[in-house]
Write a protein that binds this ligand. Structure first.
Ligand code: ATP
Ligand code: MG
Length: 392
């Protein structure tokens, strides 16, 4: 019975003069998301509302699922439009709506009418009372509860009249593209896809970089990262995944530096390389999946050592999260099952038995001087041979 959706948005409503930019971006993101759904839709904004009208038969569940991935949407309301043919007809339409949406009438309700067109003969208050009365007459099992009703029947009087009662929660956040771009360091783990999702949720477009180390890491490990990038891009939109061959750099570090500092020094080179790519691709920051204390390379001292090599801001949205909290989000965004597949990522190959947990930046820097001879050349080669995979 539903052939249209009213799209609710929260935060973007408060952006003052920039409001229309956010609304236009949201309309654009919705159009993009619905392109992947079977059916044709008209997406438009009018009078501070965004609608998606189906112009052809469509799959309801698939459409709702697609809309649930569009940042900026706070609620998805399946609506029925009816023509304004007088109050009596409206009463019939509302009765028919309730009858088909709620087969079980043993419920409490309230009517929430809104007269957006002031030439309608009844005020909003009058509509609430009158329509409530019509429904009570039609279905004696119903009763009114204005505080905590089982359903709230919304009736919006505009050019057409729009009836809805269900508000399916959207993902919240802001439309992607309204807040610049950042580079996600994406590994095959649980955390970094979640970190990318969270920053993207704030309207940031993302690209990603993955460091792999063939033959120490397999093609399967790389494929896993590509798969994760696809799951994230279902929310964040199309992205470029930059794949850097890190093997020679890793072996060189292994050869020249103390093994208990390997992870930290490797992470510093990852950050440096990621930042180079970020700056070349108009990114305004880096994103990692780090969380304080989760592993040796994420103690406060280690984070300071990793951070020290970057001039761009490093966004770490999971910094205060426990693993379980991160897992819950990973499950919600469908990345968890892929993340736990057991393919080595390039950090796990060269992990020391007893990595330093409190690295001293000056000592790390001194040991990095052992790399002076060849590291610039290796980084250059890694950048020149990087593979870019378009994820959409
Ligand atoms: P994750 O679950 O995201 O892999 P982790 O708990 O395994 O995190 P680390 O391996 O210490 O933690 O990595 C910390 C962060 O560094 C990751 O969240 C990711 O942003 C980045 N990172 C680590 N390894 C790689 C890699 N091979 N390619 C790209 N980024 C990486
Ligand atoms: Mg990891």
């Amino acid at each position: 019975m539903f052939k249209a959706f009213l799209i609710k948005y929260a935060e973007i409503g408060i952006k003052g003069k920039n409001r229309f930019l956010f609304e236009d971006a949201l309309v654009d993101r919705i159009r993009h998301a619905l392109k992947k759904v079977e059916g044709e839709f008209k997406v438009y904004k009018t009078q501070g509302r965004i609608y998606a009208d189906a112009l052809s038969p469509f799959d309801f569940d698939e459409t709702v699922d697609a809309l649930k991935k569009v940042f900026g949407i706070s609620g998805i309301c399946p609506v029925v439009y009816v023509e304004d043919e007088g109050f009596e007809q409206l009463g019939k339409d509302v009765t028919a709506f309730v009858d088909s949406v709620y087969p079980d009438k043993n419920k409490t309700f309230k009517v929430n009418a809104r007269r957006a067109r002031k030439n309608y003969p009844l005020t909003s208050m009058e509509l609430n009372c009158e329509l409530g009365g019509v429904l009570l007459d039609a279905f004696p099992e119903l009763s009114v509860d204005v505080h905590q009703p089982d359903f709230e029947l919304h009736v919006e009087i505009r050019e057409k009249i729009c009836i809805y009662s269900e508000i399916i929660p959207g993902p919240g956040g802001m439309p992607v593209g309204t807040n610049g771009k950042a580079m996600l360091l994406l590994s095959g783990g649980i955390d970094s896809p979640v970190a990318g999702y969270m920053i993207s949720k704030r309207g940031v477009k993302i690209d990603a970089v993955y460091f792999h180390a063939p033959p120490y890491t397999s093609e399967r490990a790389k494929q896993k990262v590509v798969d994760l990038a696809k799951y994230v891009s279902a929310y964040s939109g199309p992205m470029n995944l930059h794949v850097i061959n890190f093997t020679d750099i890793q072996l060189y570090i292994y050869d020249k530096c103390p093994h208990d500092e390997l992870t930290i020094i490797m992470r510093r080179w990852m950050m440096r390389i990621a930042e180079k790519i970020a700056k070349d691709t108009d990114c305004l920051g880096l994103i990692t999946g780090e969380s304080i204390g989760q592993v040796a390379s994420q103690t406060m001292q280690s984070l300071a050592a990793t951070n020290e090599v970057c001039s761009l801001p490093v966004y770490r949205p999971l910094i205060g999260f426990d693993k379980q909290e991160i897992v819950e989000i990973a499950e919600k965004i469908d990345t968890y099952e892929t993340s736990i597949q057991p393919y080595e990522d390039c950090c796990t190959i060269f992990v020391a038995k007893h990595p330093v947990t409190k690295p001293n930046i000056n000592i790390i820097k001194a040991h990095e001087q052992n790399l002076e001879e060849k590291i610039e050349e290796l980084v250059q080669t890694a950048l020149e041979t990087k593979e870019v995979i378009a994820i959409s």
